[in-house]
Write a protein that binds this ligand. Structure first.
Ligand code: SF4
Length: 295
């Protein structure tokens, strides 16, 4: 292996061909009550030393590996200050000149200390796609899950990304409001997307592999994930309220029972019809079984 990673390493599914460059370890926030990604001791947040990042880039460059995309890991590499991000992008630009896209996860608050000019500079150096895990557009849900963000802070970040000429890819979590907040979670998430008009939108079903204890605590003692029908109804409400002009929509992560793909708004009616079938005639449409969900 060319690079020694601090495991586990996570990346968006669409970055499967990219060089994963671990410029930070873990997540600087690490408080979302549904997220167990970086809770192991070796994943305590820290910035990777620039020397180590340079060594990794040089190792890949000298290997001749055909790298055209780079994903900056881990959970929120954009928490690094501008100067460090600029230095990393310059190193990639210098040693891997064939790279056409650099991307990263980004928390909305990561952009607070970066000016539009600084973001434009990073865009110029190839950083052109930011994955923003909004999770929800509903402030009550966002407060409960301890995201540390709001509808407004999420929207401001998405608008800043767009103004810098970068693309945004947003994740919304199906089921995150539980049964109790399901409908407002869907409606307000749609409102956030309508205001932001992201380039990509994906939905994942919330999964809690290490148990519901943390979610129970923030949901007044019991978090009740909607059943399959409830998840489909929530998706129907979300899609029904979306008014997007040109957004690539994907709901094909392993966690989803129903695979949906299309461009919104052009494919809205078709996608709604597929969800309606899943609700009203589930045997007439291919759904992932529990064992196929790969969780
Ligand atoms: S910000 Fe992302 S990686 Fe960090 S705790 Fe929340 S969901 Fe997990």
């Amino acid at each position: 292996m060319l690079i020694n990673y601090i495991e586990p390493v996570f990346r968006p599914p669409s970055e499967w061909k990219s060089l994963i460059l671990q410029v930070t370890n873990g997540c600087s926030w690490n408080q979302c009550s549904f997220c167990d990604m970086y809770t192991q001791p070796q994943k305590a947040f820290r910035a990777q030393k620039l020397d180590k990042v340079e060594q990794d880039i040089l190792a890949v460059a000298q290997s001749g590996a055909p790298v055209s995309r780079v994903f900056l890991a881990d959970g929120d590499a954009m928490s690094l200050p501008f100067a460090r991000l600029e230095a990393i992008c310059e190193l990639i630009h210098t040693h891997l000149p064939q790279v056409t896209r650099i991307s990263s996860y980004c928390l909305p608050r990561n952009l607070n200390n970066k000016t539009p000019e600084q973001l434009a500079r990073l865009r110029e150096l190839g950083l052109s796609l930011l994955y923003v895990g909004c999770e929800s557009g509903d402030d009550e849900v966002l407060t409960k899950i301890q995201k540390g963000e709001t509808f407004e802070s999420s929207l401001a970040a998405l608008q800043k990304i767009r103004a810098a000429g970068m693309k945004s890819s947003v994740m919304i979590l199906n089921g995150l409001g539980g049964v109790a907040l399901s409908q407002q979670h869907a409606i307000n998430s749609a409102k956030l997307m309508n205001a932001a008009q992201p380039d990509y939108l994906s939905t994942l079903v919330v999964t809690l592999p290490l148990g519901t204890e943390r979610m129970d605590a923030v949901f007044d003692g019991q978090f009740q994930l909607p059943d399959q029908l409830g998840l489909f109804q929530e998706m129907h409400t979300l899609l029904d309220h979306l008014e997007l002009e040109q957004t690539i929509f994907r709901s094909d992560h392993a966690s989803n029972y129903l695979v949906l793909k299309g461009v919104l708004g052009k494919d809205k009616a078709k996608l709604l019809a597929q969800i309606a079938l899943a609700i009203n005639a589930p045997r007439s449409i291919p759904l992932r079984q529990e064992w196929q969900r790969g969780l």
